[in-house]
Design a protein around this ligand. Structure first.
Ligand SMILES: C[S@@+](CC[C@H](N)C(=O)[O-])C[C@H]1O[C@@H](n2cnc3c(N)ncnc32)[C@H](O)[C@@H]1O
Length: 205
């Protein structure tokens, strides 16, 4: 890592607790959300040896970092359309000497056709779907990325999103919802889903 990268990292770590992002990052609402996202995963998903996990939407990289430490000799593929998010996440991993196998891909997830039916678990949490502006297309892509028999963790903070939105997409794409939770604490509308892709369906893209 060169001096410029080190300076960039220092600046980013500072900004995370500066006057713009600091009030949210230190709030109980943000901490609760992080806890709930993690707890739903812990309570409903199992990570097996050599499992391949994929996350769509890195953002600040907090969720991806958590996933990296849940691997059991498997791999994490982290995807984001924003090159800055990807670079910063890679620098953070390097700076922290993260020993896990993490592949960071800077791309619109919709364009990644080589990875369909590749992952044991695909996750997409927070406001990624909303931010992407891709409506159901990004969810269909998440389902395509999962191996038959694999699972999808979808969490959404969109106040206008109904439970059936994800339910219908699952139904039309050979997926079954196994677990659903709605949590409105702290004025949020957080919905948590675990879905499993049917084993006998291999989607050809
Ligand atoms: C709100 S952040 C999610 C952060 C993280 N998942 C979390 O909850 O802490 C959403 C991320 O999704 C990325 N994103 C939006 N559209 C995308 C697309 N089509 N393909 C890949 N990443 C996308 C954005 O660049 C942004 O970094």
């Amino acid at each position: 890592m060169n001096d410029r990268d080190k300076e960039l990292l220092l600046q980013i770590y500072g900004e995370e607790y500066g006057p713009d992002a600091g009030p949210w990052n230190t709030s109980v609402k943000s901490k609760y959300l992080e806890y709930r996202i993690t707890a739903f995963f812990e309570e409903n998903f199992s990570v097996n040896p050599a499992d391949k996990i994929c996350n769509i939407g890195i953002g600040a990289g907090i969720w991806d970092r958590y996933l990296s430490y849940r691997l059991k000799n498997g791999t994490l593929t982290s995807i984001d359309i924003d090159s800055e998010c990807c670079k910063l996440f890679e620098l953070k991993l390097e700076n922290e000497n993260n020993p896990n196998i993490i592949k960071v891909i800077n791309s619109d997830v919709l364009l990644l056709n080589d990875f369909d039916n590749s992952f044991d678990i695909v996750t997409m949490v927070g406001s990624t779907r909303l931010e992407s502006g891709l409506f159901e297309r990004i969810i269909i892509k998440a389902i395509k990325l999962v191996k038959p028999g694999g699972s999808i963790y979808y969490q959404t903070l969109d106040k206008d999103e109904e439970k059936d939105f994800f339910g219908e997409i699952c139904k039309n794409n050979s997926c079954r919802i196994k677990k659903y939770e709605l949590d409105t604490k702290y004025g949020l509308k957080a919905q948590y889903f675990k879905a499993v892709k049917e084993i006998d369906d291999i989607i050809i893209s």
